[in-house]
Design a binder for this molecule. Structure first.
Ligand SMILES: [Ca+2]
Length: 592
């Protein structure tokens, strides 16, 4: 125990010979003053001891921090195990990153995030297994599907005794930290340092809950940090980097709140894009034969619509209705003409400007992190990822929010810059050789944890369901991904009136079964919705404008995809037999 205390004390002492060249802390954080050596030492000692005080599975962690300084970690492993920085924003659609060259790229640039695309690999086929905050974050950490890790909805807490990527990396000698959005209710585990927002957090003067303070679940607890949340999260992250033990590799997760709604841009960005017309998707006005085109009867009420709209198609949660409220954070929507298309356009423009303004601050702060890593000679041996917990519907098909199986919702932006120094054979082909390259293969968020572990020389634990795609970092154009991905949204009809569904996305097609039942999902709405199917030919209809399911011509394709979907469900253990109500719906609708 003495050795451990000594070790941890060393770990938290600021390095004496730091040479910080270019970092200017934008905010003087009141909190920093409190983080004198004494407090940090006691704080992190407690955090480091927690695993040892807990049972069984942490034995490796304890072993990992016990050897005396220099014997195991400095020199031997350093240089082989890359540092890892994962910057993850919230609801950032690939369309809103200029290197993805989407609809918005002509008017909105993300020069700093794009540095990762220029120097690394852009993944076009990274997907969330369950396109909503809490479940996707749990899947990323645990490497497991929602039905396995137990976090199916926003209401499910992550069991902190479960294994996760941070615990595994700690056991392999890493220092681990997470700053910013957490949204998993229970106290973070596996992290030497955490400082996280309660629940969604606030844009201005956010509260954060730091390691060492008495933990309170969910939205409770925390101390105020003056400033704008994206700046504050970056300040705390860089502060942690300054204080880390330089003799160990590190994994730092920087989790931004932005660009999650309701959007509150930094004051410096409130007029950004003011005179710009944001390109609109055609499907904002013409929804085609996409999705549930007809209103349905839900809970006895006729004329109900699925999916929150930009337009007035849906009142209540529809953006027009919400933005007309005088309390809308950036001021109410101003209209001088109530023609349908004029109103839709005005609401869309306001939505996108609010949204993109919050991303502007994310991009600036990504730049600060990259500059820091550069200035401190860390870029050579650090893997840097930029991603988001899922995507976002930005007016496509007259939707906002996510949750749907549609591309804009489930695609996660995923940009990776591999370490430049290639002292490790397993990374010998990454770096310059893969600079500026693109992968069009299919991957899932549950593959991220196994990949990070693979990079650190850790075998994927059996309980993780994802697969390492480390090879794709070196040879993105020739490395195969998954044949198909499995998607499932459980939070039936809550918040944005989207029915529960599951489906399969192959390289060319997407098939989704909207079974429309709450089952045992926490927070799901009780009323069943009419079951239906959707089928899209992604090769010829990438914007998913025409649901092919009603056409008899696609019968063979439907049968083939249904068989593939059933097989996939079987393989990953997400079978339907435990739900009699779902089996009854399938008996009626599976073969229709
Ligand atoms: Ca999210």
């Amino acid at each position: 125990m003495t050795i451990i205390l000594k070790k941890i004390k060393y770990m938290v002492e600021p390095s004496s010979n730091k040479n910080i060249k270019a970092v200017v802390m934008q905010n003087k954080i009141g909190k920093t003053k409190l983080m004198g050596k004494k407090k940090l030492t006691s704080t992190l000692t407690l955090a480091a001891l927690m695993p040892i005080l807990t049972a069984g599975i942490f034995v490796n962690n304890a072993a990992a921090i016990q050897p005396a300084e220099g014997e195991v970690f400095s020199g031997n492993l350093r240089g082989k195990q890359p540092n890892i920085v994962v910057i993850m924003s919230d609801d950032h659609a690939a369309n809103a990153i200029s290197s993805y060259q989407g609809r918005l790229s002509s008017v909105f640039k993300t020069p700093n995030i794009d540095r990762l695309a220029t120097n690394g690999v852009r993944f076009n086929g990274m997907y969330a297994n369950n396109s909503i905050c809490t479940p996707s974050r749990a899947a990323i950490l645990t490497g497991q599907y929602s039905h396995t890790n137990g976090v199916k909805t926003l209401a499910d807490p992550l069991d902190r005794n479960k294994d996760n990527v941070a615990k595994q990396l700690r056991a392999a000698g890493y220092q681990t930290a997470i700053v910013g959005k957490w949204h998993l209710k229970t106290q973070p585990s596996g992290f030497d340092y955490y400082n996280v927002l309660p629940n969604q957090g606030e844009y201005f003067d956010p509260k954060l809950k730091e390691v060492g303070e008495k933990w309170q679940n969910g939205k409770k607890g925390g101390e105020v940090y003056p400033g704008y949340v994206t700046d504050v999260i970056t300040d705390i992250s860089l502060n942690w980097l300054n204080k880390r033990n330089e003799n160990k590799p590190f994994m730092l997760m920087i989790n931004h709140k932005a660009p999650h709604g309701l959007w509150k841009p930094a004051k410096r960005h409130q007029d950004f894009l003011a005179d710009v017309k944001i390109p609109e998707p055609d499907s904002l006005y013409n929804r085609g034969k996409h999705g549930p085109t007809n209103a349905v009867i839900i809970d006895g009420k006729a004329g109900q619509q699925f999916g929150s709209s930009v337009s007035r198609r849906m009142e209540g949660r529809g953006l027009v209705t919400r933005m007309l409220n005088k309390d809308w954070p950036t001021g109410p929507l101003e209209l001088d003409n109530y023609d349908w298309n004029t109103v839709v356009s005005a609401a869309y423009q306001k939505y996108l400007k609010d949204y993109l303004r919050t991303i502007k601050a994310v991009d600036e702060n990504v730049g600060r992190v990259l500059d820091y890593l550069d200035a401190n000679d860390l870029i050579e041996n650090t893997l840097i990822i930029y991603t988001s917990d899922q995507g976002m519907m930005l007016g496509e098909h007259d939707y906002y929010d996510k949750r749907w199986i549609y591309e804009e919702s489930i695609q996660m932006p995923f940009l990776v810059q591999a370490p430049k120094l290639q002292s490790n054979k397993s990374l010998s082909n990454t770096g310059n050789s893969s600079k500026g390259k693109v992968s069009n293969e299919l991957f899932l968020n549950i593959d991220i944890a196994p990949t990070l572990l693979d990079l650190a020389g850790v075998k994927t634990p059996k309980a993780m369901q994802g697969q390492s795609f480390k090879a794709a970092l070196a040879k993105p154009e020739t490395t195969n991904g998954r044949d198909a991905i499995y998607y499932r949204y459980w939070l039936h009809m809550a918040h944005h009136t989207i029915p529960a569904h599951y489906g399969i996305r192959t390289k060319t097609h997407k098939l989704a079964f909207f079974y429309g039942l709450p089952l045992d999902a926490n927070g799901a709405m009780p009323a069943a919705t009419p079951p239906y199917w959707e089928l899209y030919d992604l090769a010829n209809d990438p914007k998913e404008m025409t649901n092919l399911y009603p056409s008899d011509k696609s019968d063979a394709l439907k049968a083939e995809l249904k068989a593939q979907l059933s097989k996939l469900k079987q393989d990953i253990g997400d079978t339907d037999e435990q739900y009699p109500s779902l089996m009854a719906v399938k008996a009626q609708h599976w073969d229709r």
